[in-house]
Design a protein around this ligand. Structure first.
Ligand SMILES: [Zn+2]
Length: 274
């Protein structure tokens, strides 16, 4: 997932996005990203070195921690995401309460995924803490795995509390029946890529979730640089289904944008049946 949780991180993300936008533009003519292009330098603050990261090669996940001082946690963090959810999580009880309402959304291409932002506040409450929806985006294939098994895609619904703490609902997607509830979102993906942004009107986020909100909870991190920790992960246990065509639509915009699973170390994963 990608989301700022502090102003500093916001700056890092913003400068990355600026470069990535330049990279996308550059990709039309040349497959090699060029950070020194006028577009990139024009959108980067003076003296700031633009951060570039990717999912392969010298700027891939194994090297994120070396690319920028701010990315060090990617290699030194002991509570990183995603993880492989073990087959024997501990039982706990902290239900997710949804307060999602009908809203319009703006879809935009970040260079690594397409994300949707709501035009009106959408909230969830977990353990008495209220979090406001920031954005939803996808990875294909999934980042989290369940006892070693991955899925065709994974959606991250990123929320933030007034104190700046992040809570992310992860939704795994398996290939199966066409899923009409997701059609407006899937249709916005190529439009966002072609035209930078696209609108999705009259959508309620809960219509995108599986019937059951039973989930795994653990303390993890952003799965993209700067890999900041203290992210409350709420990974829904039931995958949704998407049709093969819907999955190819997602993959044709962005694919293999999944960070490998990270060591669990001494963390526990709680299983919450609600
Ligand atoms: Zn994500």
């Amino acid at each position: 997932m990608r989301s700022p949780s502090t102003d500093t991180r916001k700056t890092v993300i913003a400068s990355s996005s600026a470069v990535l936008l330049a990279m996308i533009t550059g990709c039309a003519d040349d497959a090699t990203p060029d950070a020194s292009s006028p577009d990139a330098t024009a959108q980067t603050a003076p003296g700031e070195v633009p951060a570039q990261w990717s999912y392969e090669g010298a700027t891939g996940p194994q090297h994120w921690g070396e690319l920028e001082d701010e990315f060090t946690t990617c290699s030194t963090g002991a509570a990183q995401s995603p993880i492989d959810v073990p087959s024997d999580p501990v039982l706990s009880s902290a239900p997710i309460e949804l307060d999602y309402t009908n809203s319009d959304f703006q879809a935009r291409d970040t260079g690594h995924t397409v994300e949707l932002e709501a035009t009106s506040p959408q909230n969830i409450t977990v353990d008495g803490t209220e979090y406001t929806f920031q954005q939803m985006h996808y990875h294909a294939p999934s980042e989290h795995t369940l006892d070693g098994a991955d899925y065709a895609a994974e959606f991250h619904f990123v929320h933030r509390s007034n104190d700046g703490d992040l809570a992310v609902i992860g939704v795994l997607a398996a290939e199966g029946e066409n899923n009409p509830a997701w059609s407006p979102v899937i249709e916005a993906v190529p439009a966002a890529q072609d035209e930078d942004s696209a609108e999705v009107t009259g959508l309620t986020l809960s219509s995108l979730l599986p019937e059951s909100l039973d989930h795994y909870e653990y303390d993890g991190s952003l799965t993209t640089p700067p890999c900041s920790e203290s992210v409350r992960w709420l990974l829904l246990q039931s995958p949704i289904e998407l049709g093969a065509t819907q999955i190819s639509e997602l993959r044709s915009a962005h694919s293999d944008n999944n960070r490998p699973t990270q060591p669990l170390n001494d963390r526990e994963v709680a299983q919450i049946d609600q």
